[in-house]
Ligand binder design. Structure first.
Ligand code: LLP
Length: 409
């Protein structure tokens, strides 16, 4: 079900017209639909119901505390990659027993915090990290539960910059290094090896790479003869950014997993990010200027690449739609750009866009995952606000950063 869509000619977020929100909040701002968030989470858990996985929402995709609290209420755990994300997940009320900690460069103080908070699993990505966790745990006189992050040497068909499971990627331990690690684990007395984890990349829409990964984990388990209490399959499930995109069939993925864990006593963990938050938000922005340069129509928005990095960083496609559709169209191609002093500060080229004028508003769609979480203060611009809509109500869930706070240092 889609909760952000045009009704007649007005783009609506649940029961509110997006245009009416511009009377309350200064653009640009992120605007989320709570019903969409709930729908996505429940659909995901429904698809995997028979395997009863622990769903650890990937906080890096969106770390708004209000959204995290909502996810917690739905039963979500958290996948975190820094002390900041860990503390935020805990602040949202998520139990440490539902938190997994990944990342190639966890520091001493981050590990100390995770050990003290007794997270479910620290997924180690190097032997040195395991040695350090052992040392800290010994000092604290505790035994710490870890998982190995296996690098399965699989490259999923996705943007190269968000592929993580190939042998040249920095993530995890290679298959052979993981085997050796398992043999030596007993020498690290303050560790309990409880899990195996993988994450091969993001925005994956084909089942094949997931199938391959499961095959490799299966082989690994047979070889080591270890009954891992947890098998953490990471995230990566792709969503549809355009009508042309296909999406991952979750039911097929679920049946694959059911077959895989038949006769195994193990708990599956998922770390979904994008599939939970991707389509929950639009970025509402105002047209500052319209100009024609060498026959090209430019629409200059008040949102820039610092507010939404994905197009500049990954060439990612985010369709732009008007908040109020005009019957007439602008002829030919328009290029939507931001105000930042970089040529890469452009969002998208679109054909036959609804006729708009300076001062009108448009929405950049599907920005709920890696939108707000990738924002920056580049060009000394404040981080923008986040708004949450539920039914006919709206509220501010993160204030726009003040200019004062920016100019003082
Ligand atoms: N688990 C781990 C260990 C991860 O590294 C990631 C994402 C996830 C889970 C969640 O993946 P998801 O379900 O959201 O695909 N900034 C990029 C995406 C980077 C993803 C990094 N890792 C983008 O905007 O597309």
């Amino acid at each position: 079900m889609h909760y952000i869509k045009p009704r007649k000619n007005n783009l609506c977020v649940e029961n509110i017209s997006a245009l009416s929100l511009t009377k309350y909040y200064k653009t640009p701002f992120y605007c989320y639909s709570l019903s969409q968030l709930k729908d996505n989470f429940y659909n995901f858990s429904k698809a995997f119901k028979k395997t009863n996985p622990l769903i650890c929402f990937s906080v890096k995709s969106n770390s708004n505390i209000v959204l995290l609290k909502e996810l917690k209420k739905m039963g979500s755990g958290a996948d975190v990659v820094s002390a900041g994300e860990l503390l935020k997940a805990l602040k949202a009320g998520i139990s440490s027993k539902k938190i997994v900690f990944s990342g190639v460069g966890k520091t001493y103080s981050e590990l100390e915090l995770a050990i003290r908070k007794k997270v479910l699993l620290i997924n180690i990505e190097s032997e040195s990290e395991a040695v350090l966790i052992n040392k800290i745990s010994k000092k604290m006189n505790v035994k710490t539960c870890i998982g190995i992050r296996l690098n399965p040497n699989i490259t999923a068909d996705t943007n190269k910059k968000i592929s993580t499971g190939g042998k040249d990627d920095k993530f995890g331990l290679s298959y052979n290094a993981s085997l050796i690690f398992c043999k030596q684990i007993n020498t690290l007395k303050n560790l309990k090896l409880k899990g195996i984890s993988v994450h091969i990349g993001s925005q994956i829409t084909d089942i094949k790479p997931f199938k391959k990964v499961i095959g490799i984990i299966d082989k690994f388990i047979k070889k080591t003869k270890i009954n891992f209490e947890f098998i953490d399959l990471g995230g990566g499930m792709g969503i549809s950014y355009s009508e042309k995109n296909k999406t991952l069939n979750l039911n097929n993925y679920a049946s694959l997993i059911r077959k895989f864990i038949k006769n195994k006593k193990t708990q599956i963990i998922f770390e979904p990010g994008r599939i939970i938050t991707g389509n929950t938000s639009i970025l509402i922005t105002k047209i500052t200027y319209i100009k024609k340069n060498n026959n090209k129509n430019f629409i200059i928005l008040d949102a820039g690449m610092n507010d939404l990095m994905r197009p500049a960083l990954y060439n990612a496609y985010h369709k732009i739609i008007p908040l109020k559709k005009n019957k007439k169209n602008i002829l030919g191609k328009v290029e939507f750009v931001g105000p930042i002093c970089e040529s890469s500060d452009k969002f998208v080229n679109q054909n036959n866009f609804s006729k708009v004028k300076e001062g009108d508003y448009v929405a950049i769609t599907n920005v709920g995952a890696y939108g707000m979480s990738l924002t920056s203060n580049y060009n000394t611009r404040p981080i923008i606000a986040e708004i949450l809509v539920s039914g006919s109500k709206h509220k501010l869930i993160k204030k726009r950063q003040s200019l004062e706070s920016l100019i003082n240092n």
